[in-house]
Design a protein around this ligand. Structure first.
Ligand SMILES: [Zn+2]
Ligand SMILES: [Zn+2]
Length: 445
């Protein structure tokens, strides 16, 4: 019988033997970016990789998700290694799709490669582990194309703008007990564990006014666009009074300002993202934004339609699971290992790992992309596929070994120490309690 260290050495050797396949996969996906819920090519590539491992992938989960189970020698806890399929849209990115503008400026291509790499390593030892491993490529982490996704929500084709919530709702995480995913990070932190993520609400907003000739009879019009600008000014006026502890970020795009510059705009559309550290903070910021949106409508005599939904719930690593992963990350990274504080400055970003955390223990470490351009900028892509994909493949696979050897005692300890989680039904209720539809009339129409 192999020792834990022997199993880890075998896992790492298998990953090293497949290094070209893993880095090639990361590079291939980098060059073929697809946005959330549309990752059909990427999903096909992942399914082929799973099949090549001798697994039977389930496909089309929450539109594009791909999942495969590796069975251990005994029934026990199931650990998922997760990778996100989707890209952003950054048309001037060096690896942008020339037609769609999709671009991997968040490094999710390396996540998929690291997940497949971990599977390649674990395939060699799964018969000596006392639990199962699920390899899971999940759709739509980035909260973009909000109008399209909320349109699918209107027709019942989707319930959530983000992929993990959609998968949880559909029961695809019911047979998983804990999950890990490694995200790309800057090169000055080769491997890092910690940090936190804001929760966020997404809003689709439509101001409705009345069109008229902008030159001949502007007085007959009600400008939906001006109503939006008054609302934006009101939101901005609130920023100095916000609680610092809430860590609020409010972003908006005007996605449609009007139809013709010669007419008073009758319709102006916005999409918004409202982030805060806690669910209570999300509610406070959302109420403030709704009041400002109503205020803009009232000031101009327009109507405003506000659709609100959760995009992500607040995130912090599950501490007991992180403590199993940290020694493996330290072994590989040495002095390059960093701890990121979970409180204080930073943490303004968001992830739907926050949703998964509501239902199971999760950990999301970071591995260097090999460069330091800002995430989500046109300069960010995974330059060093070994650092971004091979290293995390190894430390995630090593962590799975720790969790599932010897009767999966460590996995069971993590589950106990992590404490109670929401059921699928409670999770859905929480999302629905934070969602709302409102039509406010400014009184003139
Ligand atoms: Zn991102
Ligand atoms: Zn990301």
């Amino acid at each position: 019988m192999s020792t834990v260290e022997e199993l880890k050495a075998r896992v790492c050797a298998a990953i090293d033997r497949a290094a070209d396949r893993i880095t090639g996969l990361s590079d291939d996906i980098l060059r073929h970016p697809e946005t959330g819920y549309k990752e059909t090519r990427t999903a096909g590539v992942v399914a082929d990789q799973f099949t090549a491992l001798g697994l039977a992938p389930q496909t089309g989960l929450a539109r594009t998700g791909v999942k495969a189970r590796m069975r251990g020698r005994a029934t026990g806890p199931t650990v998922a290694v997760v990778g996100e399929l989707d890209s952003l849209i950054i048309p001037d990115h060096p690896f942008a799709d020339p037609v769609t503008g999709a671009a991997h400026a968040c490094g999710h291509n390396a996540q998929i490669a690291a997940m497949v790499g971990a599977g390649i390593g674990l395939n060699d030892v799964i018969g000596e582990l006392d639990g199962d491993v699920v390899l899971f490529a999940v759709p739509a982490e980035e909260c973009i194309e909000v109008d399209w996704r909320m349109g699918l929500r209107d027709t019942g084709e989707l319930h959530h703008t983000a992929g993990k919530a959609e998968l949880i709702r559909a029961g695809h995480f019911d047979d998983v007990d804990m999950a890990m995913l490694t995200h790309a990070g800057p090169s000055f932190m080769p491997v890092a564990v910690g940090g936190a993520g804001n929760g966020s609400l997404v809003k689709r907003v439509r101001f409705v006014g009345r069109a008229s000739h902008a030159g001949a009879a502007p007085w007959d019009g009600i400008s939906a666009y001006k109503a939006a600008t008054v609302a934006i000014a009101a939101i901005d006026a609130h920023r100095e009074m916000m609680r610092e502890d809430d860590g609020v970020r409010i972003h908006h795009l005007i996605t449609h300002s009007g139809d013709a510059v010669t007419a008073i705009p009758a319709r102006t559309d916005m999409e918004m993202l409202i982030r805060a550290r806690t669910i209570e903070g999300m509610k406070r910021a959302s109420a403030l934004v709704d009041r400002a949106l109503r205020g803009g409508a009232l000031a101009m005599g327009a109507d405003v339609h506000i659709s609100t939904a959760v995009s992500f719930l607040p995130y912090v690593d599950d501490a007991p699971l992180a403590e199993v992963l940290v020694p493996n990350a330290q072994t590989l990274a040495g002095d390059g290992f960093h701890r990121i504080p979970t409180t204080g400055a930073g943490g303004g970003g968001s992830t739907d790992m926050g949703d998964l955390k509501q239902v199971m223990p999760v950990v999301q470490p970071f591995a260097s992309a090999g460069q330091d351009a800002p995430l989500h900028s046109n300069g960010f892509y995974t330059k060093d596929q070994v650092a971004a994909a091979i290293v995390p493949a190894k430390f995630m696979a090593m962590t799975v070994v720790d969790l599932l050897v010897g009767g999966a005692a460590t996995a069971r300890e993590v589950i106990d120490a992590s404490g109670p989680k929401l059921s699928r039904e409670q999770f859905v209720q929480l999302h629905e309690s934070l969602s709302a539809e409102e039509v406010f009339s400014g009184g003139v129409l």
